[in-house]
Design a protein around this ligand. Sequence first.
Ligand code: ATP
Length: 350
Amino acid sequence: MASLTLDRLGKTYPGGFTAVHGISLDVPDGAFCVLVGPSGCGKSTVLRMIAGLETVSAGDIRIGARVVNQVEPAARDIAMVFQNYALYPHMRVYDNMAYGLRNRGTPKAEIETRVREAGRMLGLDALLDRYPRQLSGGQRQRVAMGRAIVRKPQVFLFDEPLSNLDAKLRVQMRVEIRRLQRQLGVTTVYVTHDQVEAMTMADVLVVMNGGRIEQVGTPLDIYRRPASRYVATFIGAPPMNILPAEVAEGGVQVGGRWLPADTGGLAPGATVEAGLRPEALHVAPDGIPFRVAFVEELGATRLLHGRLGEADLVVQVPAGTAPAEGDTIGLAPEPGAIHLFDAGSGQRLG
Ligand code: ATP
């Protein structure tokens, strides 16, 4: 087993476009690290550099103490699972899983033991003689994982492995991948653009933006204390509400009300942005007046949509909470629930 370190890692593609701007990251031995961000933020480029499928333009990649920048992909002791599974259609499940080991000259008996063991772990025992076309999407995904597991690598890399599955299977597979990774204890880097997947799977969550790391932390740390408006609105569903606000003594003015907040030493009168999570707002008779324009029923909760001043606002309330469309209610935020961001840079204040 080994840790993985990125040290000021950069990538400029031929043609001059810089997709990754000198990022540094430590993934401890055995940790599950998720790189999350919108399309084009550079997460696949980072993963492909770690795999050795893309050259490094600046900085270093280390697995344990070894710098692997110049090491051939096959010699890096890494196994990668792709979005499209990349199975060989003309090979049975058993041979798909055995392929990498055969290439490395692993003895036949050892291959048999490892493939059968991985087959058991993944519930593929009965499918080893099938061809990929005879499998469901979820089963193919498992075979792709089996192929990674049998190699017993030091690092697993996953590139959006669940995006071709339907919503229900995605939820099931993310639990399965997590359980398997814990059992095996292999250091993992997992790329996704899905913030729910990122939140639920990560030990170490890395939010990327424009080829840079915007924030690193545990999912809960990032949810509770987002470093910027970008992170605040990307992590958490439904996304955090962002409202224009003005610094006042010991707090801010939002929607015509004073609310206590840590203003990071800014002088009263300064314009800022106040972030309020939909789930941190409660119905309170003497709260900020809010007209409910539209209600979304989600079963366990309800989303109340409307506007506060010039800004859109969403409030998440438990099922059975009364307001109907057209009602005006009062809203009160939970104590300490206001996040303040610089109106220009979007960086967190306080
Ligand atoms: P997605 O989720 O869409 O795959 P991503 O966050 O993984 O997005 P990358 O695929 O890493 O993003 O791409 C990052 C940036 O680098 C994008 O702007 C992309 O257009 C650019 N890029 C990727 N590959 C190349 C290439 N071979 N040559 C030039 N630019 C590239």
